[in-house]
Design a protein around this ligand. Structure first.
Ligand SMILES: *Cc1c(COP(=O)(O)O)cnc(C)c1O
Length: 369
């Protein structure tokens, strides 16, 4: 039986083997590992790709969020609003910087931040919003920018799942104040290890973020403040340079597969499909459906050789790490949806024929209970 994989990094490598191998070899033979041609090139090209003026390389997506928030220089103890359905990195950074996480709900249809819920959480102490473009679907940036304007809030875009996503034809990342990207291997654009980047159109923020990530230095041994070490190295940048060229093509494949799922699963009453807003270019880092019988369905698909995932099995407010906030399970829709979410296989490694098999398996599950 051919396994339909959830993620297939080996397939990607095989496709680009020659270019990747030679890019890696070049870095090693030049032996410039930190700071060099490859990272400069990647940061320039990725800034262009996201239509941002500045792009700073960092060690991973979690650091990108943390450094982005730190660069905003918010007063200690500021409340920062984070959607309840995300990966913990979105909220972790807030607490690590001495701020307070305030969760708000997600939309039950497109899973991004709920505007009414967000509004209800704003207080005098609210200083920023972490806008997570979850599953590669952009947040409603127009609504967010309006709220941010009215309440003098900063917007940090968590773009870890949204390389190339667009809100009303504009690439996300630098639509708010500052944006954070991850190049974790499994992301739409992934390195061969950890890597991340920060984008912004604000040159002061760019300088600040770059300094924080590089020991607060303006010169080799001239440190203006205590920063930290979080850099994108040249090996990772060289690999990303090769892969960036294929990203549009890969994204189109993701969208094609998503469209196929949407069209062919739309008549199944037993599942809820993700909504793509008319103004969204969703890049489908994940294609997430909902089913009341999620666990049995997942097991069934596994038996049919179809790998799936769950993002995320425990909504953030329900995690042990956030017990101290004292949220009840009924506080958020996100806390009730997490038992129903199921991520179907999606990615450049799949063909429409694979998608057809997935659809067929799901239909047979519900037609023969
Ligand atoms: C992956 C991810 C991150 C963290 O990125 P890392 O590179 O793994 O540190 C942050 N936010 C979201 C939504 C993610 O999916």
């Amino acid at each position: 039986m051919k396994i339909i994989k959830f993620l297939d990094l080996k397939y990607q490598y095989e496709m680009l083997k020659e270019d990747i191998d030679s890019a890696i070899n070049d870095v090693i033979s030049n032996s410039a590992f930190i700071g060099g041609e490859e990272s400069t090139r990647f940061l320039n090209d990725f800034a262009d790709f996201q239509n941002a003026e500045h792009c700073i390389g960092v060690a991973n997506g979690t650091d990108a969020i943390e450094i982005a928030i730190e660069a905003l220089e918010l007063p200690k103890g500021s409340e920062i609003i984070v959607p309840a359905n995300s990966f913990i990195a979105s909220s972790e950074a807030v607490t690590r910087l001495g701020h307070k996480v305030v969760f708000c709900d997600c939309n039950p249809d497109n899973y991004t931040i709920s505007i009414p819920s967000l509004k209800a959480k704003i207080t005098q102490n609210t200083k920023a919003i972490v806008a997570v473009h979850l599953y590669g679907h952009p947040c409603d940036m127009e609504a967010l920018l309006k709220i941010a304007n009215e309440h003098s809030l900063k917007i940090i875009e968590d773009c870890a799942q949204a390389h190339g996503a667009e809100f009303k034809g504009k690439r996300i990342g630098a639509l708010g104040d500052i944006g954070a990207f991850s190049f974790y291997p499994g992301k739409n654009l992934g390195a061969y290890g950890d890597a991340g980047a920060i984008v912004t159109n604000d040159s002061d923020l760019a300088v600040k973020a770059k300094m924080i990530s590089n020991h607060g230095r303006i010169d080799k041994y001239n440190h203006v403040f205590e920063g930290r070490n979080s850099r994108l190295d040249n090996l990772q940048a060289a690999i990303l340079n090769v892969k960036l060229k294929s990203l549009e093509e890969w994204t189109k494949r993701r969208i094609e597969i998503a469209d196929y799922y949407m069209e062919n699963l739309k008549d199944l009453d037993e599942i809820v499909l993700p909504k793509r807003e008319t103004w969204a270019r969703q890049v489908y880092h994940l294609f997430v459906i909902r089913s009341e019988r999620r666990d049995v369905l997942q097991k069934f698909l596994e038996q049919q050789g179809i790998q799936t995932g769950i993002h995320y099995p425990i909504a953030l407010p329900k995690l042990k790490a956030y017990e101290y906030l004292g949220h009840g399970h009924r506080d958020f829709i996100a806390c009730q949806l997490d038992t129903k979410l199921l991520s179907l296989p999606i990615g450049e490694h799949l063909t429409l024929n694979d998608a057809e098999k997935v659809v067929h398996a799901i239909k047979s599950f519900f037609n023969n209970p």
